[in-house]
Design a protein around this ligand. Structure first.
Ligand code: EPZ
Length: 417
């Protein structure tokens, strides 16, 4: 089991390049199942969730013609197997994104229910409810969702809760449905808007994406997908906070400043200098770090995927910070570990009250989920001395070569068995 060893207490300095967005490429990969032919995606991040998704698509009959240098060519001419097996789906919730495309293209789907995960139950009841509203017959048996539909038909559907993959699933299903679908209270995340653009480029008829009402007019078929994935806004936010928590100065290249505005504003409120220049961000920590409050919300609000990393930063800020997690029911797994490093955090339901301390002390740490792991890496970078973080496979799910990128910024970090 890999561990990451960090000898912290050094300011990060230099330039780091952001990789493709994990949560943009995953739905684009499953959207390929709506097509028959040779699909090409560039800017693919080399992370474990992508490898898992490609394995799943091959199980469903897709063939990888080539995959190197962040470019994948995937042929879906023979993608006729409707069954997504438990062993793959159980390791990655985003596998549920094959449900809509399989139903729309094959009229059948048998997809294992995603296991819960460390951050909550994470049901897919809204995905199922939406597909049933489109005419699918769905029943759950032995941990699998069994779904059939002669031809999905357009529907007006309201999401009780904003759901990123729920919106993506129903939007993909609607591209080949009969008639018009209107998705209300839809997710506005950039990854969802990007998926709509990619589908439109393949012949779909989607508009309103990026707002909370998306309209899709069904078509009879789609052309193979071709696109380039945009940079990962959560990776961007993570490196912004890495610069701030180590009191360094980092130039973040190949990013989309517009996608991280909520993070930028929060950091500026805490007296961190953030300067956007085209596709780069310069982050510098010269002034004392001030405690600020934050509450997570669907895009364009403060992203839940940055909450843990931001909390690590606030443990060293002057004053009291109140952080509220409104998206997931249990996304404070990092709190206990940060407290073991000397952080002063009190939990009360969905709210954490953080009182800044002078310094964090190095410690042996355990990662629990992808973004909590990133939070512990950031805290360890700030703490003088050696910290060892175990279960780092969580990090490999969503960050490309994190230790290499941090080393290039001067961090003393290495992977150990
Ligand atoms: C996506 O997950 C992201 N994953 C998550 O990123 C991200 O944290 C989340 O959106 C919120 O932004 C991918 O895009 C692959 P949701 P998703 O459906 O779609 C509840 C990471 O670190 N809900 O928007 O699974 C749900 O329980 C990952 O990269 C239902 O109740 O999240 C949650 O409380 C972690 N029923 C809330 O809605 C449903 O049918 C938002 O979930 C669906 C969701």
């Amino acid at each position: 089991m890999d561990k990451i060893v960090i000898d912290g207490g050094r300011p990060l300095e230099g330039t780091v390049k952001i990789s493709g967005a994990k949560n943009a490429v995953l739905p684009v990969l499953t959207a390929m199942l709506l097509t028959r032919g040779r699909n090409v995606i560039e800017g693919v991040p080399n992370v474990r969730d992508v490898t898992t998704m490609i394995k799943l698509l091959k199980d469903l009959g897709a063939e990888v013609e080539s995959y190197r240098d962040e470019k994948i060519i995937l042929d879906t001419s023979r993608a006729n197997n409707p069954e997504a097996p438990y062993d793959l789906v159980s390791t990655m919730r985003a596998s549920c994104l094959v449900l809509g495309p399989l139903l729309a293209k094959l009229g059948r789907a048998k997809v294992s229910l995603p296991g819960g995960c460390a951050i909550g139950a994470r049901p897919i009841d809204l995905h199922v409810k939406g597909l049933e509203a489109m005419g699918a017959k769905i029943f759950l048996r032995q941990g699998y969702v069994h779904a059939t539909a002669d031809r999905l038909r357009g529907v007006q559907f309201y999401f009780d809760t904003v759901s990123v993959t729920g919106t993506a699933n129903l939007m993909m299903a609607a591209t080949l449905a009969e008639g018009k679908t209107v998705l209300e209270n839809a997710a506005k995340e950039p990854e969802v808007a990007f998926l709509a653009d990619v589908l439109n480029h393949a012949g779909a008829k989607i508009d309103g994406h990026g707002t909370d009402t998306i309209t899709i007019h069904g078509v009879s078929s789609l052309q193979p997908i071709e696109c380039r994935i945009f940079p990962d806004r959560i990776e961007t936010g993570t490196y912004m906070i890495a610069a701030a928590i180590t009191r360094g100065e980092v130039l973040i290249e190949n990013c989309v400043p517009q996608h991280v505005e909520a993070i930028t504003l929060k950091l500026q409120e805490a007296q961190v200098d953030v300067e956007a220049r085209g596709t780069s961000l310069r982050v510098r920590a010269r002034h004392p770090l001030l405690a600020v409050n934050a509450s997570t919300h669907p895009h364009p609000g403060f992203p839940t995927d940055i909450q843990a990393q931001f909390m690590a930063l606030m443990t060293l800020a002057r004053g009291r910070s109140i952080i509220t997690e409104t998206v997931f029911e249990n996304r404070f797994m990092h709190v206990a570990e940060l407290k073991r490093m000397g952080a002063d955090i009190a939990l009360n339901g969905h709210t954490a009250v953080i009182r800044g301390v002078q310094k964090l002390s190095n410690a042996p740490l355990m990662a629990t989920d992808l973004r909590a792991s990133a939070s512990l890496v950031l805290a360890a970078l700030a703490a003088k001395g050696k910290s060892i973080i175990s279960r780092v496979y969580h990090i490999d799910r969503g960050y490309v070569s994190m230790e290499k990128k941090l080393s290039s910024l001067g961090a003393q970090i290495k992977r150990a068995k």
